[in-house]
Ligand binder design. Structure first.
Ligand code: FAD
Length: 624
């Protein structure tokens, strides 16, 4: 290998959901990038549930897509069932979810990586980081290769110090079938100030041929089939299939209880904390003892396999208990387990030791993304990967970091929550975490982020043309509705009175005014012949949401404008908190511990009172 074969601008360690988005974003924005992963075969592998999206998570996927990322397109090409969750609720909480064919998903990701200009793939384990003083300078792989770079993005998922548990048996592992990353874990414990252990689990996989489908309730996908990517198309979807629903029962719970004395969770063998919102079945039976049944979704793992993922019975109970409780469930009486359920414990790093760019505070040029930052889920990992990849590339070029704010993107909410509040349990995204969620909808992620992505070199010509055409269609349709006046005689037509009641005024009313009314919708305008048939559905949706929610949006924007002076007030890393008169010792300690980057971030730290924020503001003003 020549020296230039070993030199890169950015190196990404790990080819999971964070690593693939990081590598693609870094290369797309112009950095010569290397992705080193333990195995080329496992690039883009889904460790657990073969599904993308859901409430909060779908929002992240659309934002990744709006910035030119991969996840939504991979889901469109691999999704075997699509649903729009919360379809009957307000636009802020509507979310897309796709059940994916695991093999198709992985194949799509690998092909995208292999075809990305400026990105090189290399299969080997990274055992060490090269650190020069306080900055990272590269990585050392298991076979002793030393790759150098100005920036390194670490995305090692559940692999650092990973330990797999089934009952009281346990062994080192990164996830079932993969080796853990141990030398790198040891090195990172030296480098990073705060390391902890978390755990997560997965259910046993079943052979679909041994399930009695005839007694189970099918759950089909939605029609018309939703599409994930802004540039996607339902024609890209493979064949669509049904999921099925079944339930645990009292007998199941009794069998589960009989295994408690051999549960690694209840006997203290597992120390790491698990995801509260995705508990194991033993945890559910233990915590909700009064519930006699829990729902299970039987989800196909793909079109070319019989494997079924029983969503809702994640477990680390001994295998004999797993087998017995599975067979106590309706439809699963003869089910064969193909892969046992298990839990995994792994190292994570306190995300409060990161900057908003996801660069570590301890080592310059070293960025962290994904599960290692205390999150759970493919979408949370991918969103961080994208951000870390963008910022590693910018760092390598000497450019300032891109940091989306809380009102601009769920990615901003995710990172701000992590680095400001930290987490001691696996963090997942919910729409309730965003205070400005009416602004952060799935449907407008492109309007919020695609222009920013274009400026950073992440959005290609095809996406940009598509986006520009959508913006033009929105503007044209809005202006057409605004200038389509209905005279009093037209408003008195029976079909209009049937929807809107008698005309309230003798003045003219525009089609946009009708849309604004509580009874109005684009569908109603279409029925009344006031809409054009050829208007793009996404553009029509935007016009409707804009008009209907204008009042709420204006109020949220006013709140944001008021808070802007806090967001725009930087607190330098060496800010002297001792010089701020009136700050209590407790608040001063908290600020020193967190070293927030802005006044807004300081205001979100638990224990930093509004009075303390005012003192900081006064001090900053005095400093000029
Ligand atoms: P991963 O997808 O784990 O990818 C890490 C990558 O890094 C892998 O490709 C690995 O080979 C590579 N790698 C690691 N160390 C090195 C090294 N030293 N050198 C080179 N390459 C390296 N999420 C949920 O939302 N809900 C759940 O219930 C859930 N349950 C889970 C259960 C199990 C058993 C597991 C394993 C995961 C579960 N997940 C769950 C988590 C989900 O899989 C992760 O959130 C997601 O995969 C994290 O993405 P990531 O990119 O951070 O890491």
């Amino acid at each position: 290998m020549s020296t230039s074969d070993l030199q890169f601008d950015v190196i990404v360690i790990g080819g999971g959901h964070a690593g693939t988005e990081a590598a693609l974003a870094s290369a797309r924005s112009g950095a010569r990038t290397l992705l080193v992963s333990q195995s080329i075969e496992t690039l883009g592998q889904m460790s657990c549930n073969p599904a993308i999206g859901g409430i909060g998570k779908g929002h992240l996927v659309r934002e990744i897509d709006a910035l030119g990322g991969l996840m939504a397109q991979a889901a469109d090409h691999a999704g075997i069932q699509f649903r729009m969750l919360n379809a009957s609720k307000g636009p802020a909480v509507r979310a897309t979810r796709a059940q994916a064919d695991r093999a198709l998903y992985k194949a799509y990701v690998r092909s995208a990586l292999e075809n990305q200009p400026g990105l090189q793939l290399f299969q080997n384990e990274v055992d060490d980081l090269i650190v020069d003083g306080t900055r990272v300078a590269g990585v050392v792989t298991r076979i002793g290769l030393r790759f150098t770079a100005r920036a390194v993005v670490l995305t090692a998922g559940t692999f650092l110090g990973g330990r797999v548990h089934v009952g009281l048996a346990h062994h080192p592992g990164g996830r079932a079938g993969d080796a853990p990353s141990l030398p790198l874990a040891a090195r990172l414990r030296e480098l990073m100030p705060r390391t902890g252990r978390l755990k997560t689990g997965t259910p046993p996989r079943l052979d679909g041929r041994t399930i009695d489908w005839s007694v189970l309730q099918p759950q089909p996908g939605d029609t018309p089939t939703p599409v994930f990517s802004f540039i996607g198309d339902a024609a890209q979807h493979p064949r669509q299939v049904d999921c099925h629903i079944t339930h645990t029962n009292e007998a199941t719970h009794e069998i589960i209880r009989s295994g408690f004395d051999r549960s690694p969770m209840f006997t203290g063998v597992i120390e790491g904390i698990g995801p509260r919102y995705c508990p194991s079945v033993e945890d559910k039976v233990n915590r909700f003892a009064d519930k006699s049944s829990h729902q299970i979704f039987l989800e196909p793992e793909g079109l070319s396999t019989h494997e079924i993922y029983p969503n809702g019975i994640s477990t680390s109970l001994p295998f004999d208990i797993q087998q017995r409780f599975v067979r106590s469930i309706k439809g699963l009486e003869h089910a064969q387990i193909v892969r046992p359920g298990y839990a995994i414990e792994y190292d994570y790093f306190d995300p409060r030791d990161l900057q908003r760019s996801l660069q570590t505070k301890a080592v310059q040029g070293l960025f962290f993304a994904g599960q290692i930052n205390g999150t759970t889920g493919y979408e949370e990992a991918a969103a961080q990967g994208l951000l870390a990849g963008i910022n590693a590339s910018r760092y390598a070029r000497g450019e300032a970091a891109w940091v989306p704010l809380r009102h601009e993107a769920y990615i901003g909410v995710l990172v701000d929550d992590l680095i400001t509040l930290g987490t001691n349990e696996p963090y997942r995204m919910f729409t309730s975490r965003a205070e400005h969620r009416l602004l952060l909808r799935e449907d407008n992620a492109d309007l919020r982020l695609t222009p920013v992505g274009r400026d950073m070199g992440l959005v290609d010509e095809r996406r940009w043309r598509h986006f520009s055409a959508k913006c033009d269609a929105i503007a044209a349709e809005r202006s057409r509705l605004e200038s389509h006046w209905l005279k009093p005689a037209e408003l008195a037509a029976p079909e209009i009175v049937a929807v809107f009641g008698p005309a309230p005024t003798s003045n003219r009313v525009s089609a946009l005014d009708l849309l604004r009314r509580p009874e109005g919708s684009y569908e109603v305008l279409r029925r009344l012949g006031l809409a054009r048939d050829d208007v793009d559905a996404a553009a029509a949706e935007q016009v409707e949401i804009d008009v209907k929610y204008a009042g709420y949006v204006t109020r949220q924007q006013a709140d944001i404008a008021r808070a802007a002076r806090y967001e725009q007030a930087p607190l330098p890393p060496d800010f002297d908190y001792a010089a701020v008169a009136g700050l209590s010792n407790e608040v001063r300690q908290k600020l020193l511990q967190h070293r927030p980057e802005t006044l807004a971030q300081a205001s979100r730290i638990a224990g930093v009172t509004p009075a303390a924020v005012s003192l900081l503001l006064v001090h900053l003003k005095k400093q000029g």
